[in-house]
Every structure is written in C-alpha cells, then in structure tokens.
Design a protein around this ligand. Structure first.
Ligand code: NAD
Length: 271
C-alpha cells in the first residue's frame, strides 16, 4: 500500500490483457480503487479484477469500447456513480491491424485510428471534464499545490520510430504525441497533468508472434541495447509514478520505457 494512492480512483482502459492488466493490478496493489475496462474480452477483464480482489484490492469491471462516445461516457458515469470521483485516467487501450501500405484497406486504417487515437480523445476529454467538475463542485481541493487530476496516455516508441508495414499504428501513436502535448498545454492551467508512456517491445499478446519465435526474438534483441524484452510490470511501475504526486512537476512529457530502443542501437557497432 502506498499512501499516495489512498482513496484514489483510477480508470485503466484495455485492462483485460497485457500492459493495461498489469497497470490495473499494480495500481490496485498500491491502494487505488481501479476500474478495469474491457471491450469484448470479459473473461480477461474478470480475471484481472479477480486478481485485484483476491489480493485485498478494490475495483469494478466495466465494458466499454473506447472508440464509441456513448460507451465512454457511460463508463465515466458508472465510475462516478460507484466511487463518487475520478483521480487518474490510464488511457491504454490500443490495437494493431498490420498490412503493407500498398494493400492496406480503409477499414484497417480506420479501425486503428478509431481505437488508438479517437479512443484517446474520447477518454481524455471525459476525464478532463470530470476533473474540472470536481473542482467546481468542491469535491477536489482546488487550493492544493498539487494537481487536481492526472492523465497517462499509452503511446509507443513508434511515436518517433517510423514503422513500415504498420503505418496506421505509427500514425496513431505519432498523433497521440501531439495530442498529448497539446492537451497538456491546454489543461495545465486547470492543474490537470497529462503525460505519455512510450513502451518499446513488451511481452504481451499484441506481439506474441515475435517473442514466441526464437529467430525473431534474436533479431529483436539487435534493436534493444539492454538485451531483454520488457515486461508489462516494467511499464506499470512507470505509469504508477506518473499517476502519483511524486511526479507533480512532470507535465507534457513522453517517458520511453524501451531498454534503449530509441538510442539508434545500430550505431553501437559502427565505431
Ligand atoms: P494487448 O493486446 O495485450 O492489450 C490491448 C488491450 O486493449 C486489450 O485489453 C484489449 O481488449 C484492449 N482494447 C482493444 N480495443 C479496445 C477498444 N475498442 N476499447 C477498449 N479496449 C480495447 O496489448 P498490449 O501490448 O497490452 O497493448 C496495450 C497498449 O500498449 C496499446 O495501446 C499498445 O499500442 C501499447 N504498446 C504496446 C507495446 C508492446 O510491445 N506490447 C509497445 C508499445 C505500445
């Protein structure tokens, strides 16, 4: 238990699997009340919630597709009805629909932009509105030196590393960076903090075909100076820091959690 998370209410989107699941479990373990969001994988969501509850944590499960305005607003309403407030949004949900650019369909493009980028817009807007409302109705102390709400967006190293064969994904993550910085600039006067986390290669179902194949794993290691794949817990611990008042003066930043993937590793062998 961490006193910084006592009585804090946190929504984690896409918490039925991978990084989102690890964030939800870690934050609940720190003492937060966690909304475990899932889109279609109810079993995965329930299993994350069961782990939270069996460790003595608190949380609820809410189904919502982050790319649907009605679903997102209903998720925030249910959160407020249950816990009375919101302190942090971890906007994590995301997916890939890979295809060579020459063959990419509009549907593949649109799906990724809808979930990875429009989903961020809808969830961040709902969270920011809630934080402002809590100041207006007096349920958050606006005179505190500390922030009145925090938003963490799940981006990727592909917000700066181009990625052939995945242009819809890279475009969505590049979009997240400028979206994050712009809302951070706009919301800072309200004392709302907004930051991104950009993971490198993290061992989750999204990239299973890479880490489960020894040859592909070996060539992946050429891209990672630290010579290991990341774990969802590596990301969850960084998210917890950004979600706490320990990072109070950090605003509009992107934190790369990538074992050095963004360090141009091929230059290491070029003398
Ligand atoms: P994952 O496939 O294990 O988890 C993705 C989660 O998002 C799942 O819980 C899924 O149900 C949820 N989701 C998908 N569409 C949704 C929707 N419309 N509404 C609500 N939830 C939805 O993959 P992951 O690796 O845990 O990915 C989580 C985030 O981390 C994504 O944004 C991804 O882009 C990002 N990321 C992952 C890696 C990596 O190497 N694993 C690297 C960089 C960034």
């Amino acid at each position: 238990q961490n006193p910084l998370f006592q009585d804090k209410v946190i929504i984690v989107t896409g918490a039925s699997s991978g990084i989102g699941r690890a964030c939800a479990i870690h934050l609940a373990h720190q003492g937060a009340k966690v909304v475990v969001n899932y889109a279609s994988d109810e079993e995965g969501g329930q299993s994350a919630l069961d782990e939270i509850l069996s460790n003595g944590g608190a949380g609820i499960l809410i189904k919502a597709d982050v790319s649907k305005e009605h679903d997102v607003n209903a998720m925030f309403e249910e959160t407020i009805q249950t816990y009375g407030r919101l302190d942090v949004l971890v906007s994590n949900a995301g997916l890939q629909k890979d295809a060579p650019f020459l063959e990419m369909s509009l549907e593949q493009w649109q799906k990724v932009i809808d979930v990875n980028l429009t989903g961020q817009f809808l969830c961040c807007r709902a969270a920011a509105r809630q934080f402002v409302q809590q100041v207006e109705n007096g349920s958050t102390n606006a005179h505190s030196e500390l922030s009145v709400g925090k938003i963490i967006l799940m981006s990727s190293v592909h917000d700066i590393i181009p990625w052939a064969g995945h242009v819809n994904y890279a475009a969505s993550k590049g979009g997240i960076m400028m979206f994050m910085k712009s809302i951070s600039q706009e919301l800072a006067p309200y004392k709302i903090r907004v930051n991104s986390v950009s993971p490198g290669a993290i061992k989750t179902p999204i990239n299973q075909e890479v880490w489960s194949d020894p040859d592909k794993y070996k060539s992946l290691m050429n891209l990672i100076p630290y010579k290991r794949i990341g774990t969802p817990q590596d990301v969850a611990k960084a998210v917890a820091w950004l979600a706490s008042d320990d990072s109070d003066y950090v605003n509009g930043e992107t934190l790369y959690i990538d074992g050095g993937m963004t360090l141009y590793p091929e230059f290491a062998d070029n003398g």
